[in-house]
Design a protein around this ligand. Structure first.
Ligand code: ZN
Length: 178
């Protein structure tokens, strides 16, 4: 028998035929260690594959627009004021509270008169092109001033116009600052 084709028992060191399953001397399974190694390699590979998938999911462009119970954004502050140039400016801060990156978020400001009629609408990209999870971005929307402007609504959409669910935190933030 050629020595090269023999399998060495990893427990007692005796040589066994290549086809042997058990060691002829100590009786222990010759394949044990190799099988365990394969099992560790498979388990390890699956573990790293899972970590990799979780990592990729964190990085992927996040088009999730949230829901009533899991909003994508929080409106932290907003202020509307008319400027000497004759512009009506609405600006504030918005926070990404989703678990992913939000890209190309648009702020939409609707103006109403005192009767509740919609009189103006402006949409503009927010300051940050991409907001990371829990990052805050300023926003600003400018519209020519008209005296009928009585109150405004702020909402946010994707670049495709899909509404991003936004939790209004303005009153809560004001109370915190007092
Ligand atoms: Zn042995």
């Amino acid at each position: 028998m050629e020595a090269g084709k023999n399998k060495k028992c990893e427990f007692c060191g005796s040589l066994n035929p290549a086809s042997a399953v058990k060691c002829s001397l100590c009786g222990r399974s010759i394949r044990d260690k190799r099988y365990n190694l394969i099992r560790y390699i498979i388990a390890g590979s699956l573990f790293f594959a899972l970590i990799f998938i979780i990592y990729i999911m964190q990085q992927v462009d996040y088009t999730e627009t949230g829901s009533k119970f899991m909003p994508g954004l929080e409106l932290i502050s907003s202020a509307g004021y008319s400027y000497v140039s004759g512009d009506m400016i609405v600006e504030g801060k918005v926070k990404n509270v989703s678990s992913g990156i939000l890209k190309d978020v648009q702020v939409v400001v609707l103006w109403y008169d005192k009767y509740g009629n919609k009189i103006a609408r402006i949409s503009a990209p927010i300051y940050l092109k991409s907001i990371l999870s829990f990052q805050i971005s300023p926003f600003r929307a400018v519209k020519p001033f008209v005296p009928q402007m009585e109150r405004y609504d702020v909402s946010f959409t994707t670049s495709g116009g899909e509404i991003i669910y936004t939790r209004d935190m303005r009153e809560i933030e004001k109370l915190k600052q007092q």
